[in-house]
Design a protein around this ligand. Structure first.
Ligand code: GDP
Ligand code: MN
Length: 390
């Protein structure tokens, strides 16, 4: 789950990372009030979307009076911002963050990420702050410093000191960098983050370090350990499709055809759609149930497909294996069938773990379904059913 900048800054500030003073605002008037409350003489008004590279898209404005802050906010609020990270559809700006501007002497980069090849947490730092780190990695990879960190231990102080020296920081600034780097690593572990990126990390004219921009992503699978962070879900700028997946635990994409699909796994869902097309049908959706889907989530997925008025027949394709069990899928189907009317024929193909148990559960329920032997058989049956000729 990506966080908004203001949320990420509030969290990082609790881990010894200095951030500018600022407040979030949802209207021009509010932005003006916030600016008046914060000391000037310069403020930054920043679009709060859950994607980076806003500066280049005009989403970050430096202003010189509270009135100008209000005007800048008016220009940003409700706008669709398109940055290289939002995709072509862009994201709507529902809030702005108004901050005291910081006088920047140097812009550094600091990132905490998971190094997937080593399976370890990695701290990255660079003197090439302010620009996209991907570009630095492409043009001057030697300018990115890397240190691996054990999440159950603090970042080694000597290593942090060494990094600070390589970032050409001295004296109090070097001490501040050590504190800040260790804080960021601690935040990464304690918050179950998957990414923390401070870019730019500003060195001010007076030798202080301030996180001017923070990007943070949290591991969605760990949110149950952080009820307080779970509440950040669903804030503006979230992709509704992703929210649905988080809430119900499945991926759903609406398509143009009339054959509803409920499938265990994304790859299998694609194969199922291909098979439907091969035998002359058109899928009404792509629906992928993860192996961890519960009975309730399977029921929600099935209801979702039945709700689609275009659907004239449904194909359930479940391959038991790993954590996926056909009896759980069957349990979910019959649960949904008790709650809503199943108005169309449903073809079910089960294979693998708990296949027999799954079929028995379906047979013992009052839910009428058409059994299929394999995927091709299932696809032929569902296409026929959708045409009303079965
Ligand atoms: P991003 O484009 O989404 O990464 O947004 P940033 O918050 O990083 O802002 C883009 C750029 O605006 C930064 O790289 C800075 O150069 C500049 N910027 C942001 N805040 C301040 C500030 O307080 N003072 C100054 N001088 N520049 C700022
Ligand atoms: Mn940035």
């Amino acid at each position: 789950m990506d966080l908004n900048e203001y949320q990420a800054k509030e969290l990082l500030a609790r881990f010894d990372v200095p951030v500018p003073r600022g407040e979030v605002a949802a209207s021009a008037a509010e932005a003006e009030q916030v600016a008046s409350r914060l000391e000037g003489p310069v403020w930054v008004v920043k679009a709060q979307i859950r994607a980076g590279d806003r500066g280049r898209a005009g989403g970050v404005k430096l202003v010189r009076s509270p009135g100008e802050a209000g005007k800048a906010a008016a220009g940003l609020l409700d706008r669709i911002l398109v940055t290289p990270q939002t995709g072509p559809a862009g994201m709507r700006v529902a809030r702005v963050y108004v901050e005291q501007a910081v006088e920047v002497a140097r812009e550094l980069y600091l990132g905490v990420v998971v190094d997937r090849t080593l399976g370890r947490v990695m701290l990255m730092a660079s003197t090439a702050g302010g620009t996209r780190i991907e570009e630095v990695a492409a043009d001057a990879p030697e300018r990115i410093l890397r240190v691996h960190v054990d999440t159950d231990q603090a970042l080694d102080e000597a290593q942090a000191r060494e990094l600070a020296a390589q970032l050409e920081l001295e004296g109090a600034a070097a001490e501040a960098a050590v504190r800040l780097m260790r804080g960021a690593c601690r935040a990464f572990a304690e918050l179950d983050a998957s990414l923390i990126e401070i870019n730019p990390l500003a060195l001010t004219g007076t030798g202080e370090l301030v996180a001017l921009d923070v990007k943070m992503s949290l591991d969605e699978n760990a949110l149950s350990r952080h009820p307080e962070l779970d509440a950040l879900r669903g804030h503006d700028g979230d992709d509704p499709r992703r929210l649905e997946r988080e809430r119900h635990g499945f991926n759903y994409v609406k398509l143009d055809g009339d054959i509803g699909c409920v499938v265990t796994g994304a790859g299998l869902a694609l194969a199922t759609m291909d098979m439907i097309k091969l035998v002359g049908g058109e899928p009404a959706d792509f629906l992928d149930l993860p192996p961890t889907a519960t009975r309730v989530q399977v029921a929600a997925a099935f209801r979702r497909v039945l709700e689609d008025a275009d659907v004239r027949a449904v194909l359930v394709n479940a391959v038991g294996g790993g954590m996926t069990r056909c009896d759980i899928i069957a349990d979910g189907l019959t649960t949904a069938a008790r709650e809503v009317r199943v108005r169309v024929p449903v073809v079910v193909r089960f294979t693998g773990t708990s296949r027999d148990m799954g079929i028995m559960l379906l047979q013992n329920s009052r839910f009428a379904f058409v059994p299929a032997y394999d995927l091709e058989d299932a696809a032929r049956k569902v296409v026929k059913a959708a045409r009303g000729t079965s």
